[in-house]
Design a protein around this ligand. Structure first.
Ligand SMILES: C[S@@+](CC[C@H](N)C(=O)[O-])C[C@H]1O[C@@H](n2cnc3c(N)ncnc32)[C@H](O)[C@@H]1O
Ligand code: SF4
Length: 348
């Protein structure tokens, strides 16, 4: 099983971001961590014999919270961890200090995912980021100095400021960091964010997306999912493989016993009742559909026999057209960027 822990706090709110996070709220950090423990406890009585193979602390920005506050939480979850569990935290360059990373590593952290977004200061400014590129270099250095071997950076591309030369520059900066992983996302103009209608800020250019892949692969970070490159994040792989996951924290989502469990999407509601969940039972059709989309977007692939007969025939057509590849009893998208289109074709 996998464990996801959501930390819904940020130093500032980026205008493109729709993740569940709030600015400020420092006076509630302690109460939030108490609630997380209550939340975990309420599940842990049903977790006899369960071991987590991965933990992912995401947000929001986990690094805005003092590392000391994580200690009790780590003590709580440690009896439930597999021996070689992968423990990742997201972090922001402004707050991922050497001290924070070192303390988190003492507690068990062995992977860091840093929100870099870009190595061009004008693009960082356009994205509303409050750090410059030097802060990213500094934070990655701090992570290395703290002894972390598995470091990833997030990049956003497909903005109005991107072009071929700049993509090469972004990847050259990633290469110079000598890290094991990168995630590269195209800018999405999310509903309900200040960027929602700012069409002029994005540049939807397939050639740039292909260049991102080619350049990252040229520096040794091989694509294993549409947006992910390098040494495989076992936690995300688990999601794409359809493994069960426990989610704790406000805004978190879990997947247990064939149902999705949604925690409150409000900090105050969560603090008042940390273990309340809205349950959505997934039908077997929903699950097959989800496995098809997630499997084709990644190196996980899809077991052809898990698909209804009509879909298997459509998949065969795509195999004949060399858009899908069959290896053993699984099918894979030859080009992850087209995965959603291929999945849609199979299901229609
Ligand atoms: C929870 S944040 C990561 C950590 C930290 N909060 C930070 O931003 O530095 C997850 C990642 O999602 C990506 N992201 C968020 N909103 C996005 C959007 N609208 N379009 C593309 N990528 C987005 C960013 O790359 C971001 O680093
Ligand atoms: S991108 Fe990261 S720092 Fe910015 S608002 Fe979203 S979660 Fe917070």
């Amino acid at each position: 099983m996998l464990l996801y822990i959501h930390i819904p706090f940020c130093e500032s709110k980026c205008p493109y971001c729709a993740f569940g996070s709030l600015v400020g709220q420092k006076d509630k950090f302690k109460a939030y961590f108490k609630a997380l423990i209550k939340d975990f406890d309420s599940f842990s009585k049903d977790l006899a014999g369960v071991k987590f193979e991965t933990v992912f602390i995401g947000g929001g920005t986990p690094s805005v919270v003092d590392a000391a506050l994580y200690e009790e939480l780590f003590l709580k979850i440690s009896p439930f961890l597999e021996k070689e569990a992968e423990i990742t935290s997201e972090a922001n360059p402004n707050s991922a200090s050497f001290e924070w990373i070192s303390k988190m590593k003492e507690f068990g952290l062995n992977r860091l995912s840093m929100g870099a977004q870009s190595f061009y200061n004008d693009k960082l400014k356009m994205l509303g980021r409050t750090h410059d590129k030097s802060a990213v270099f500094k934070a990655v250095e701090a992570a290395k100095k703290a002894g972390l071997k598995r470091i990833s950076v997030d990049l956003i591309y497909g903005t109005a400021l991107d072009n071929k030369e700049r993509i090469k520059g972004e990847v050259a900066a990633i290469k110079s960091l000598n890290i094991s992983h990168a995630s590269a996302y195209t800018l999405t103009l999310e509903e309900g964010t200040p960027f929602q209608n700012r069409l002029e800020l994005s540049k939807d250019d397939e050639a740039l997306a292909r260049l991102v892949k080619d350049e990252l692969e040229n520096v040794g970070l091989k694509r294993y999912e549409v947006s992910n490159f390098g040494d495989i994040c076992r936690h995300n792989l688990g999601y794409w493989q359809g493994k069960e996951y426990l989610g704790i924290g406000a805004y978190s989502v879990g997947f247990l016993g064939g149902a999705r469990l949604y925690a409150p999407k409000s900090l105050n509601q969560y603090l008042a009742s940390p273990n309340s969940r809205q349950k959505e039972v997934l039908s077997s059709d929903d699950m097959v559909l989800e496995r098809l989309f997630l499997g084709l977007r990644s190196c996980v692939g899809v077991e052809i026999k898990s698909l209804p007969n009509a879909w298997q025939e459509k998949a065969q057509t795509l195999i004949n057209e060399k858009k899908l590849e069959q290896r053993g009893d699984k099918i894979y998208a030859k080009e992850y960027l087209l995965a959603d289109e291929l999945a849609l074709y199979i299901t229609l």
